[in-house]
Ligand binder design. Structure first.
Ligand code: CAA
Length: 259
C-alpha cells in the first residue's frame, strides 16, 4: 500500500509523521492501516532500533479519530474501526523496539490513545491532552478506558473521560501521563535523544525489558513476576549479557552483537 497519510523515514531511529494537518491529523481507517503496515515493516527490520511518532504541522499531534469519516460509518463499520484501532495500538505496545511519541499539539481521543500505546511521551509546551469522545456521545475506542487509568490512576482518568476536558502539557507531566515537556523547537531533538539512548543498549535486553513492563500493565502481579524471571533468563543467556558484565569488570565500553 502506498503511504498517502503518513511520512515514514526509515532509519535506525525511524520517524513516522501523521500527515493530515488540515484535519489536525485525525485518524481514519486508511491512516490506521498505513500505521499497521509501517509497524510490520519495522518489526521485521533489525536495523531499525527505535521509532518516533509525531504529527505534521504545528497545531496537532492527532486530534482523534476522524469525526467526519465516522458520520458515514454503519454500526458494523464503526465497530470494525474500533477493532482495527485496538489491533494497531496493541502491536505498537508489543513492538520489540521502543516507540517515543513526540506530541507537538492536540493529542485528543484516538490521538491520546495513540500516544499511550507508545513507550514514552515527550511533549511540546503547546500540547493539549484529552479524551473528549463523551461530547460526541462516544467513549474512547482505541484503548483509552483501560490505558488511561493505568497511567494516571482512576480519579484523574474518570475526570478526563467523563468531562471531556483537556489538560495542558505541564499538568500532564505532573499527572504522570508524559515523560518530558520541552519548547516546540526542542521536541524532535529531545525525542531523538531519548530514542538514541535506548537504541545504544543491547536490543535483546530492550525487547525483554519492554515485554516485562507490558506484563506489569496486563497481567496479575504473580504472572508478571514469573514472566520477569523468564525474561531475565533470556537476557542472561545472551552473548550481550556476557559482553556487558565483562566490559564492566574490564572497565571498557561494551560492544553489543544483539545475540
Ligand atoms: N476529525 C475530523 N476532523 C477534525 C478533527 C477530528 N477529530 N479534529 C479537527 N478536525 C478538523 C476540523 O473539522 C477543521 O476542519 P475544517 O477546517 O475543514 O473545518 C480543522 O480540523 C481544524 O479544526 P477546528 O477548526 O475545529 O480548530 P479549533 O482550533 O477551533 O479546535 C480542536 C481544535 C479543539 C482540536 C477541535 O478541532 C476539536 O475539538 N476536534 C475534535 C476532537 C475530538 O473530539 N476528538 C475525539 C474524536 S473521537 C475518537 O477519537 C474516538 C476514539 O477514541 C477512537
Amino acid at each position: 500500500m502506498e503511504l498517502t497519510n503518513l511520512i515514514f523515514e526509515k532509519a535506525p531511529i525511524a520517524l513516522v509523521t501523521v500527515n493530515r494537518p488540515k484535519a489536525l491529523n485525525a485518524l481514519n481507517v486508511r491512516v490506521v492501516e498505513e500505521l499497521a503496515q509501517v509497524l510490520r515493516d519495522v518489526r521485521h527490520d533489525p536495523a531499525v532500533r527505535a521509532m518516533i511518532i509525531t504529527g505534521a504541522g504545528d497545531r496537532a499531534f492527532v486530534a482523534g479519530a476522524d469525526i467526519a469519516a465516522m458520520t458515514e460509518m454503519s454500526t458494523v463499520e464503526g465497530l470494525e474501526f474500533c477493532r482495527l484501532g485496538h489491533r494497531v495500538m496493541q502491536s505498537m505496545e508489543e513492538l520489540p523496539i521502543p516507540i517515543i511519541a513526540a506530541v507537538n499539539g492536540f493529542a485528543l481521543g484516538g490521538g491520546l490513545e495513540l500516544a499511550m500505546a507508545c513507550d514514552m511521551i515527550v511533549a511540546s509546551d503547546k500540547a493539549r491532552f484529552g479524551q473528549p469522545e463523551i461530547n460526541l456521545a462516544l467513549i474512547p475506542g482505541f484503548g483509552g478506558t483501560q490505558r488511561l487509568p493505568r497511567r494516571i490512576g482512576h480519579p484523574r482518568a474518570r475526570q478526563l473521560i467523563l468531562t471531556g476536558d483537556m489538560i495542558d502539557a505541564r499538568t500532564a507531566l505532573e499527572w504522570g501521563l508524559i515523560n518530558q515537556v520541552v519548547a516546540p523547537d526542542q521536541l524532535l531533538p529531545a525525542a531523538r535523544q531519548l530514542a538514541e539512548k535506548i537504541a545504544s543498549k543491547s536490543p535483546i535486553t530492550v525487547r525483554e525489558a519492554k515485554a516485562a513492563l507490558i506484563a506489569a500493565a496486563t497481567m496479575t502481579e504473580d504472572a508478571g513476576l514469573k514472566l520477569e524471571q523468564q525474561a531475565f533468563g533470556v537476557c542472561f543467556a545472551s552473548a550481550d549479557r556476557v559482553e556487558g558484565t565483562r566490559a564492566f569488570v574490564e572497565k571498557r565500553d561494551p560492544k553489543w552483537q544483539g545475540k
